[in-house]
Design a protein around this ligand. Structure first.
Ligand SMILES: Cc1cc2nc3c(=O)[nH]c(=O)nc-3n(C[C@H](O)[C@H](O)[C@H](O)COP(=O)(O)OP(=O)(O)OC[C@H]3O[C@@H](n4cnc5c(N)ncnc54)[C@H](O)[C@@H]3O)c2cc1C
Length: 409
């Protein structure tokens, strides 16, 4: 075993920190308060190479490791703990990489360089009103007519719906739609690139909505209806009827970065506590001298370090599977490590925020003390963004105990 980052990864982390300190940290409260990521900042991040990190340089990517993407998201979340920008970054690394793995050559050439430069957004749209956990129950339909796919249906609670409309070039999503019968469940799904705005134009048949979220304000969550929305054949991802398996691999990749965002934000929260502990006195002694406080701190710190290490392992395994194509590792080997980190990181982050807020006393409950922004931001992942927590528990139980003992239908 080798627990060292490569020199390239170390230097990359330093460069992300330097960038984040200069362009993100001074603005993070403003981003969350105003509920917007400025287009110039997205472009600057593109110039810095913070999107499409694992994608090939042939498509404008950085040709980096997936571990580097995890490092970038963690450090951005550390400097923007409300995680709107960190989530923008994770989506625009995980999902473009899934497109690179499963998309057609034409689609990759058309989409990836735009995303890498920060000109276009590329995320995931799988959730539907009937319930995001039941991807196998997807109802959006795709029919092949006159050489094109015609999509009809609705997606909901989708990150980036406003950003793709605001970015001058546009953007879209890795999406699944039903090409088979409803009874075929997950075997009747096919994956597509749905690009509601592209080359600066909103396409016909796209009807968006935006929600007013309780946190993570910088990045929008919305929904959209598609009515006779046309998708070219080059934007079909993989084989017809195999979309479920592709989107699940995409989720495995993206969930690693979700966990990185939560860990980065929670690291920041613990550092706020450390700074405070070095000043705050009560009963004539340092607050941190009470074991009720410092033991709790030590426990949370230890848990965070364990999850962080597990994230690096999952990212390292993703590199073995997809970058190095090491035959010793298969895509399904990622299921358990990824479900562990997606289950643990958001729950731990929100637990850390709750303790840190309490350590700050009443001040922690005021809006002036901006720590609550990280609490609400990381809580989005405890709710379920990129997969509900119980689904992570289900994946672990299913893969360890055996599907035939755990399956509920
Ligand atoms: C801020 C935010 C951003 C999001 N961004 C995106 C996005 O970009 N793209 C996208 O496609 N979706 C996105 N989502 C939606 C997200 O993927 C869903 O919230 C998630 O998949 C869960 O779906 P649901 O909310 O419909 O809850 P449901 O699936 O209805 O689940 C409700 C509850 O039931 C539990 N549950 C579900 N199944 C089981 C089971 N078998 N056993 C026990 N308990 C179960 C869940 O844990 C959950 O607590 C986002 C959500 C949020 C909050």
């Amino acid at each position: 075993m080798d627990f060292k980052f490569s020199e390239e990864e170390e230097l990359f982390r330093e460069s992300v920190i330097e960038f984040a300190k200069r362009y993100i940290e001074p603005k993070w409260i403003e981003l969350d308060e105003q509920g917007r990521i400025p287009i110039e900042l997205i472009r600057k991040m593109g110039e810095q190479g913070l999107f499409c990190i694992p994608c090939s340089d042939k498509y404008g990517g950085m040709d980096g490791t997936y571990l580097m993407a995890a490092i970038a998201v963690e450090e951005i979340a550390y400097h923007e703990p409300a995680v709107g920008l960190a989530v923008y970054t994770l989506l625009n690394n995980g999902w473009p990489y899934a497109l690179e793995l499963f998309g057609t050559e034409e689609a990759k050439q058309e989409i990836l360089p735009r995303v890498a430069k920060g000109e276009a957004f590329y995320g995931i749209a799988s959730t539907e009103p009937h319930g995001g956990s039941d991807v196998g129950g997807t109802t959006m339909r795709a029919e092949f007519k006159d050489g094109k796919w015609i999509l009809n249906g609705e997606k909901i609670y989708i990150s980036g719906v406003r950003e793709l409309q605001e970015l001058p070039y546009g953007g879209g999503f890795f999406t699944v739609a039903r090409t088979g019968a409803m009874e075929e469940r997950h075997r009747g799904l096919t994956a597509f690139n749905v690009l509601p705005k592209w080359e600066g134009k909103i396409k016909p048949g796209f009807e968006p909505t935006i929600f007013d979220d309780i946190g993570r304000h910088a990045l929008s969550t919305g929904g959209f209806k598609l009515t006779d929305f046309e998708v070219e054949e080059i934007h079909r991802l993989g084989e017809v009827g195999k979309g479920f398996y592709l989107v699940m691999q995409g989720f495995n990749l993206a969930r690693i970065l979700v966990a990185s965002a939560c860990v980065g934000s929670a690291r920041w929260a613990l550092d706020q506590a450390v700074n405070y502990f070095r000043e705050k006195k009560l009963f004539g002694r340092y607050l941190a001298s009470f074991q009720g406080i410092n033991f709790k701190f030590a426990e949370l710190y230890a848990e965070l370090e364990m999850v962080r290490l597990m994230i690096y392992k999952a990212a390292w395994m993703a590199d073995k599977i997809y970058k190095e194509k090491d035959p010793a590792y298969k895509p399904k080997d990622l299921n358990i490590p990824v479900a562990i980190v997606k289950m643990k990181a958001p729950e731990l982050a929100t637990k850390i925020y709750e303790e840190v807020l309490k350590w700050f006393g009443a001040y922690g409950y005021t809006k002036e003390c901006n720590i609550y922004r990280g609490w609400l931001g990381t809580f989005s992942y405890t709710i379920g963004a990129e997969g509900a927590q119980n689904i992570m528990r289900y994946i672990i139980a299913r893969d360890v105990i055996g599907s035939e003992y755990v399956r509920h239908q």
